[in-house]
Write a protein that binds this ligand. Structure first.
Ligand code: SAM
Length: 362
């Protein structure tokens, strides 16, 4: 006979099989998981949340991921690219409001122009904040040299979701060409870690064709890779993407949501001191979805500080929340929400991954 959920959580023997039985748990067993993950968060991180002001600075993308609303092949949206001044104004907003950090995110483009532009923006963001604003980048796969330049210019965290660690599932949700190569994405993650970034990855949960065993494999991958940060969210279909064809294979949104909470709780139990994002996609399913994630293990929120007029065009999936809010709306709304989760927002601090400091012996 296998171990009970309680025995697995207490003994921390996270085999694939054990993880699957936790992911499938219901009722009291599910409550036990959430209780354990909340306890671990409180012990290792405290009941705290740090902000990363999210600037979605461009929806122009060179890739054609089959699930993503801003994929190159989607002609049903207006493409935009914020000016440098708009990006710097958003960064200044974050600094003045003591967010501690920003996250710069965009579609994936590799070019000399992009490499130079981001490097120069990083210097200017450091200048305008007296070196005090932390910066996370999430701009996809790049050459190692480019990652190095950006690290030297002041970016210290990088989020690159592997999307799925099962290569055959990865291949089913991406076009079959050299631009969407699983191995390259993995190599990029490795380079980021080698260069010295706090390295974050994650997956989408509830994808068509995905099994519980795949998700167990994803968690084991993150543990083995020794990530510092995790950003996972539910897959939500987008009408203008090829994957919409497989919608009938999907579990109901509520189940995808619940499974995402279990994944977050499990990674908190397995990797106690990493930073975990409460993904915006959770809120697309449940109005207090991110707060629920904070309660059971997440410690990072990303208030959207992209100028309002562009938000409607950064629709990765249908029903993306807050696309008509302003940055100020986002802040006051999130602060109220965090206190609903009985947690405290820590202002003016980077909120770096403790796991990273431990790993580096700092
Ligand atoms: N291009 C960069 C990259 O891939 O690292 C960053 C931007 S990309 C749009 C950010 C993330 O959005 C992806 O890593 C993916 O997990 C998520 N995403 C895209 N389409 C989604 C969907 N339909 N449902 C949920 N998440 C989605």
């Amino acid at each position: 006979m296998g171990l009970t959920i309680n025995e697995i959580l207490e003994s921390e023997i996270f085999t694939r099989e054990n993880i699957v039985s936790i992911l499938e748990s219901e009722g009291e067993d599910r409550t036990l998981l959430f209780k354990k993950s909340a306890e671990i968060k409180n012990k290792y991180i405290g009941n705290k949340v740090w902000f990363r002001g999210l600037i979605e600075f461009s929806n122009i993308c060179g890739k054609d991921c089959l699930y993503c609303g801003i994929r190159k092949g989607n002609k049903n949206l207006t493409r935009y690219n914020l000016s440098d001044d708009e990006i710097l104004a958003a960064a200044r907003f974050a600094y003045v409001n003591r967010y501690g950090s920003i996250a710069l995110q965009s579609g994936e483009l590799e070019s000399q122009f992009v490499a130079d532009r981001i490097e120069s923006l990083l210097h200017r963001i450091k200048d305008l904040s007296d070196g005090k604003l932390g910066v996370t980048l999430s701009v996809g796969e790049q050459e190692t040299e480019v990652y190095k330049r950006w690290f030297e210019a002041g970016a210290h965290r990088y989020l690159l979701r592997i999307e799925s660690t099962n290569q055959s599932l990865y291949n089913r949700i991406h076009p079959d060409d050299s631009k969407h190569d699983f191995k390259r994405r993995l190599d990029c993650l490795k380079s980021l870690q080698d260069i010295g970034y706090q390295t974050g990855t994650g997956v989408m949960i509830g994808l068509p064709f995905q099994t519980m065993d795949d998700l167990a494999g994803d968690l084991l991958f993150m543990k083995k890779f020794n990530i510092d940060m995790c950003g996972m969210g539910p897959y939500i279909e987008h009408a203008d993407t090829p994957l919409i064809e497989h919608s009938e294979k999907l579990m109901p949104l509520k189940e995808r949501f619940d499974l995402t909470l279990k994944m977050i709780a499990l990674i908190r139990v397995m990797m106690k001191d990493i930073n975990i994002v409460a993904a915006t996609a959770l809120q697309a399913i449940d109005p207090i979805g991110r707060e629920k994630a904070v309660k059971i293990g997440a410690n990072i929120l990303m208030p959207n500080i992209t100028p309002g007029k562009y938000r409607d065009s950064y629709k990765l999936y249908d029903n993306k929340p807050c696309t008509d809010d302003s940055a100020e709306d986002c802040q006051s709304c999130l602060e109220a929400r965090v206190s609903l989760a009985d947690a405290e927002v820590i202002y003016g601090e980077w909120g770096d991954s403790k796991h990273y400091s431990e790993r580096k012996g700092k």
